[in-house]
Every structure is written in structure tokens, then in C-alpha cells.
Design a protein around this ligand. Sequence first.
Ligand SMILES: [Mg+2]
Length: 261
Amino acid sequence: MAVKGAVLGDIIGAQYEFARPKDLDWKNVPLLSNKWAGFTDDSVMTLAIKKALVTGEDLVKTMVTIGRKYPNSGYGGRFYKWIMGPKQEPYNSWGNGSAMRVSFVGEYYDDFDEMQRMAEATAAVTHNHPEGIKGAVVTATCIWMARHGRSKQEIYDYVLEQYPKDDYEYSIAYSLDEIRPRYEWNESCQGSVPAAMRCFYESSDYESFLRNVFSLDCDSDTFGAIAGGVAEEFYGGFGDVDADGILKKYLTEELYEILVM
Ligand SMILES: [Mg+2]
């Protein structure tokens, strides 16, 4: 289930979101040891969307109800106002928030068109800029493809088509070795989704995917949440990573219950 991979990626990625040592030994550092590990807004909103879609409750209402319980989970400024404000209206965002919360859509819907429509719907309540929509649709589609047995090359080709090399500075066409020296911390969909998918593309299992995320000075919890669901679905689980132990330890009871519902 892609949501597990996304939430786990958020928890582990959070170690280095704002506190990544320049000389981080990303290949060998313990996967989880830093005091900054823990779930963030990515997990809260991922699970809010899951709850709304499973129960049929109103999407915005569920995001607001659950979101307000975790006011310090790291929301961006405009999203914080959206969650806390009296009225919830889309604000034309292209931030990576639409991509980081959409994994359940890729996991839940079997019909391709319905999956893409729902990905767009979960984005559009806030991120109604074309890049905000695209980030969510691409992320859900990659999960759907992994879940339906598509090859890594097919997933790569799809992402490349959506983020061509000539138009996107962090297109999936660029290797991690190429972008590592020039990647700048970035919270846009277009600066996060193709690079996060590249982290998956160059991985050989779930853990090596996360280590690829560690290798970039990036919005690492969100990279983990965006492509963590793809990695989990593609590799069929987490290998040696004690996913259930970590999820149980770090999530609140309420969030864990949604995760396994
Ligand atoms: Mg976050």
C-alpha cells in the first residue's frame, strides 16, 4: 500500500529536511537515528485524504479537521492559513504539497481515468495551478503504474514526457550525479516530483531510494512522501527496513489507525 511508503518516507526523510550536514555520508549513515525524524504535514495530509476517500466524508472538511489537530507539523505559510482560516478556497499553488499527499489515490483506484481525475481533485482544493495539478497527477500515476506491474523504464518514460529535459531544470532525464552539485532546496512540484522520481529510478530497493533522497540537499521528507509510495509498490515492500515498527513508533494512535484502515 503506497500510503505506507509515503508516510515512512516522510518520517525518515524529515531528519534532513532543514538540518542536512553538507558532508552527509548518505550511503552509510544509519537510516534512522537523528532526533529530527518524525511525521510531518506530508503524513497528516496524506492520511486525511485517505480517510476522506475511504469514508466518503467531504475532502476539504476532513483535511481541515485532521489538519488542525497537528498545527505544528510543518505546513507552508499559505497552507497554514488555508487550514486555519474561516473559508477554504484554492490559491493557485504550484507547491509540492499537492504531490506529497496524493499517494492513496494511486493505491486506491484501479480505473486509470478515475485515478487521474481524483488526483486532480485532491490537488485542486488548494493547488489549482497547472503545475500543482500536474505534480499530483504524475505522482499518483507513477504509483498506479508500479502497482500494475509497469517497468521502471515505462515509469521513467512517463515522467520524462511530463517533465521534458528542455523545459525543466530538474527533469528526470538528469542523473543524480548531474543534479547533486546544482540542486537547490525547492518546494515546487516541478522542482520536486521529477527529481524524487529520479531518486526512485536510480534505486534498487526502498532503502536505497531513501539514501538517494539523502544525497540531495532537498525537501527530503516530501521527496520521501512523493516517491516513497512508488518505491514501496515497485519493490513490493521495504526489504530490511522495519516499516511497521517505525510507523507504529512515530505516528499518533489516530494517524496510525487511518494508515491501517
Ligand atoms: Mg513536511
